[in-house]
Design a protein around this ligand. Structure first.
Ligand code: MLT
Length: 237
């Protein structure tokens, strides 16, 4: 995952990961009955597109630097995505890194969003589809490595490895995958502790988002696969 989008092959399937917190939020919105999630890198474009939707049918989420953008309905906390708030609505969302990562991979034949909370559901779908090449794309922070996305990539790869019983060299397309599996193996029983070590985890703690860290460090609690139906628009499979 350290390299945001490897350039030397075309994957059959690309999985965006932003555990803290964009892909955790996307999975939560769709599990809570949201109609779809539409992602934007640009805040103005988000406003422009969502203006055409009635306020009852839309929710606007804007995050920069971990905080909520003024004028938006919400920031990027998955805990705000209750069924009462999101049911039947489309979430228009722009975040610092996660939504950009999704836009960078939008041309892959299959695009999904994964976090720790929906890891098992995504793995199950990958095993059913049996794609030849899968990218797991960590969003990181402004282009750099992040612990939380790497551990989630490791959780996905570890589970694929366990369930297929293939040798690790057949599962791992590069050294980063083996590194991510090792990180997950070491921290799998203390993922919340790892979130506390992560630089973006610390940033969120300074913003009083302890409950978000707790929620996002749980594994396999949502049976939802967010999948792209058209560029930039994800729906529940
Ligand atoms: C991002 O896209 O960088 C994150 O999701 C930031 C956040 O925690 O809101």
């Amino acid at each position: 995952t350290p390299e945001l989008v490897p350039g030397d092959c075309n994957p059959d399937c690309a999985i965006a990961v932003d555990v803290l917190r964009a892909t955790s939020t996307i999975a939560t919105v769709l599990a809570a009955g949201g109609e779809a999630v539409q992602v934007f890198s640009d805040l103005e474009q988000l406003m422009h597109v969502s203006d055409k939707w009635s306020p009852e049918k839309r929710l606007r989420a804007g995050e920069r630097g971990g905080g909520k953008v003024a004028g938006f309905d919400m920031g990027n906390s998955p805990l705000d995505c209750t069924p009462e708030k999101v049911e039947g609505r489309r979430l228009f969302i722009s975040t610092t890194n996660g939504t950009r990562a999704l836009q960078k991979i939008e041309n892959a034949p299959t695009v999904m969003a994964a976090a720790l909370i929906n890891r098992a559901a995504v793995v199950k779908y990958v095993l059913e589809k049996q794609p030849e090449t899968v990218w797991i794309v960590g969003s990181g922070w402004e282009g750099s490595f992040s612990l939380e996305d790497t551990v989630c990539a490791g959780a996905i790869a570890h589970s694929l490895w366990e369930k297929t019983s293939l040798p690790i060299e057949e599962i791992a397309g590069n050294d980063e995958v083996i590194d991510a599996i090792a990180l997950f193996s070491q921290w799998q029983n203390k993922l919340l502790d790892l979130m506390h070590q992560a630089s973006h985890g610390k940033r969120l703690l300074r913003l009083d988002c302890h409950e978000d860290l707790k929620y996002c460090s749980q594994t396999d609690i949502l049976n939802v696969v967010p999948i792209q139906k058209e560029p930039g628009v994800l729906v529940k499979l």
